[in-house]
Design a protein around this ligand. Structure first.
Ligand code: NAP
Length: 220
């Protein structure tokens, strides 16, 4: 890799949100590497993308992926509301160790409003959505809480941002709003294309913002 080249490593590139992130990053001059258990044909056929396959448990493959990354983005997570033996908290914990060993500091990862923030205020719609998930999708809710605890407890010396969303939509592009639940501005829904725009903007900042924080984002 040449001096000054920005290399983005994306986990979850096969997801609809991840696909937008890959596209946005390429459009903004990033070199893109993707790591996942499967590779979409459009990604393997794109010579601008380095594709790596492996599981979330495969330390040597993950290390290989992380080695030359400038920024890591992760939007992996359960596709539904049931998840058995969640691999995600352990994955992030292993990733943090590898990041330290390989000298990679910055990671931007997706979370949801199920994870509270001290600046959040009561919002009825959000309260109902989170309560429903906690009740009817307890394993997915638990996974979100455990992932956030992993960042808090094991990532404190790294430059992480856990951005929170409500539900993902396929509309847009629109204006991205960053804030906290119940602040009168932040909505519950965000367009996947807007997530991609926000994430790549955050990754591109010379002086990174939202370090060690969990801001919410939505689409206007
Ligand atoms: N849909 C919503 O409204 C909503 C709301 C809040 C949060 N989220 C979260 O937002 C993210 C993106 O959602 P989306 O709707 O765009 O796509 P999605 O289909 O939910 O994407 C899930 C991604 O995680 C990967 N993944 C899941 N389990 C994995 C495992 N055990 N090992 C390796 N990779 C695994 C999937 O890879 P494969 O393609 O290989 O399965 C895929 O790339 C997800 O993490 C989702 O949980 C979604």
């Amino acid at each position: 890799m040449g001096v000054g080249v920005k290399s983005l490593l994306v986990f979850g590139a096969s997801s609809p949100t991840g696909q937008h992130i890959v596209e946005e990053a390429l459009n903004n001059g990033w070199e893109v590497t993707i790591y996942g258990r499967r590779t979409l044909q459009k990604h393997s056929e794109n010579s601008q993308i380095t594709t790596l396959e492996g599981t979330l448990q495969d330390e040597s493959n993950i290390r290989h992926a992380i080695r030359n990354a400038t920024v890591i983005v992760s939007v992996i997570g359960p596709s539904g509301t049931t998840i058995k033996n969640t691999p995600f908290p352990g994955f992030y914990r292993r990733m943090f160790d590898i990041m330290r060993e390989e000298g990679v500091r910055r990671i931007i990862a997706l979370s949801t409003f199920s994870v509270p923030h001290p600046n959040d205020r009561f919002n009825f719609t959000c309260h109902m959505l989170v309560s429903m998930l906690r009740l009817f999708g307890h394993s997915a809710w638990r996974n979100l809480i455990d992932v956030a605890a992993t960042f808090d407890q094991h990532g404190s010396d790294l430059d992480w941002t856990l951005f929170r969303v409500g539900f993902l939509k396929d509309g847009g592009p629109g204006q991205v709003i960053q804030g906290y639940v119940g602040d009168g501005k932040l909505g519950m829904g965000v367009n996947r294309v807007d997530v991609a725009k926000w994430v790549v903007q955050q990754a591109s900042m010379k002086d990174a913002e939202n370090l060690g924080d969990k801001p919410g984002i939505s689409s206007a």
